[in-house]
Design a protein around this ligand. Structure first.
Ligand code: URA
Length: 404
């Protein structure tokens, strides 16, 4: 096959065959197809889209481009969840221990921050000592012992996605439904769980800004999952304002631990309760009412917190930070006050995410170090009434110039 011909075919609106897509993905991994041709291919897909058959073929080719997790040694049903990316989205830290406390195993591979969105791996690494890079054997043992393990993507899993994603990130081709769907689902299918719950974010802080696009992305991913024989469902959740009040790595761990300690109110809890419930339902634990009751009990009894602490300990983290979250280092701060009386009618979550990156909580360049204590604590959200001079948000950073 001849790569320029395949790019032309897609560019002109043609449908690629599964063999042609395999050729592109194999060439991506071997290096035979250079970055500039892959980037041109991604741009052609961005403008022309893909048929369902093409999206499935791309997903399966990327899934098969590297190693796959072997969870067969872990007893019981394994359920996974994945968010399409948001601001202040710390749901995995809350949902995974709750589901584990209800008897369903979670062996989850998570990502790092991406653009304006945060990543679970960066959040967990703000706990001193916590290791997100552990061997498959250690992961299996952790899941068997406490019911959950959250790690980073292991070395050679979906290398085609890794490469294509890095190119998409810098060629303005991230926000394409077939490319997002195949990127996420290739990794989820390689992860090897029995069930997958997708949390498709919609609104100003997500990659999909409209409900119609979010629905289409959800439908596409669910069809791919079910087509591959994995029980798959999706929720579409609001990302028009950041989830909860903390945005930034250790700040989000603290907020998650507060929920696990019983501070169950607000939008973050509403989303986490629903996600946990749906994961249990997918795993066949019961109906909505039954699963809701189990979720509430897992938090009220302290079992979910216990599971989280066990995972932290088993993965090398200093659990005293979870017992007493005031131990997390504090950054310098500056406060933002309301300039006038009024209702907050809208929040630009993407901008809030980008500000968090500028404060040091995310990476501006691929190899940047993260400041785990940096971020934003939001004091008022959409729908709230504030008086002039009332606190809107606290910005945290170590470097005064970043606060400016
Ligand atoms: N998350 C992913 O893993 N891939 C995408 O393309 C977007 C979000």
């Amino acid at each position: 096959m001849y790569m320029p011909e395949l790019i032309r075919k897609k560019r002109d609106g043609g449908e690629l065959t599964a063999e042609e897509i395999s050729y592109i993905i194999n060439g991506c991994v071997s290096g035979e197809v250079p970055d500039y041709q892959l980037s041109a291919f991604a741009m052609a897909v961005f403008f022309r889209g893909m048929t369902n058959a093409e999206t499935v073929a791309l997903t399966l080719a990327m899934r098969d481009s590297g190693d796959k997790a072997d969870l067969s040694g872990i007893s019981g049903v394994k359920v996974d969840k994945h968010s399409t990316g948001g601001v202040g989205d710390k749901t995995t830290l809350i949902v995974a221990p709750i589901v584990a406390a209800c008897g369903v195993k979670v062996a989850k591979m998570s990502g790092r921050g991406l653009g304006h969105t945060g990543g679970t791996v960066d959040k967990l690494e703000s706990i001193p000592g916590f290791r997100t890079s552990i061997s498959p054997q250690e992961m299996r043992e952790t899941v068997e012992t406490c019911g959950l393990s959250v790690t980073g993507q292991s070395g050679n899993m979906c290398p085609a996605d890794k490469k294509l994603y890095a190119l998409r990130d810098v060629t303005a081709t991230v926000d394409s439904i077939p490319l997002i769907a195949s990127s996420i689902m290739s990794k989820k299918l390689a992860d090897g769980s029995d069930c997958i719950l997708l949390d498709v974010k919609t609104g100003s802080g997500s990659f999909m800004k409209t409900l119609d696009d979010s629905r289409l992305l959800a439908r596409t991913m669910v069809d791919i999952g079910r087509g591959a024989g994995v029980r798959t469902a999706a929720l579409i959740t609001n990302m028009d304002s950041p989830l909860g009040s903390a945005v930034g790595n250790s700040l989000e761990v603290i907020e998650s631990v507060e929920i696990l300690k019983g501070k169950t109110s607000g939008d973050l809890w509403t989303v986490c309760r629903e996600l946990s419930c749906r994961m249990l339902m997918l795993a066949g634990i019961g109906d909505k009412d039954e699963c809701g009751r189990l979720v509430d009990e897992a938090v009220e009894s302290g079992e979910a917190l216990k599971r989280f602490e066990m995972m932290v300990k088993l993965q090398g983290g200093d659990v005293s930070y979870i017992e007493d979250t005031s131990k997390f280092r504090k950054a310098s701060f500056s406060r933002v006050y309301a300039p006038a009386d009024g209702y907050i009618t809208h929040m630009d979550s993407e901008k809030i995410g980008l500000i968090t990156v500028l404060l040091g909580a995310g990476r501006e360049k691929k190899d940047d170090d993260i400041n785990h204590a940096a971020g934003i604590i939001i004091a008022a959200k959409t729908g709230d009434f504030v008086k002039r001079g009332e606190l809107l948000a606290t910005l945290l950073a170590d470097d005064e110039s970043r606060l400016d």
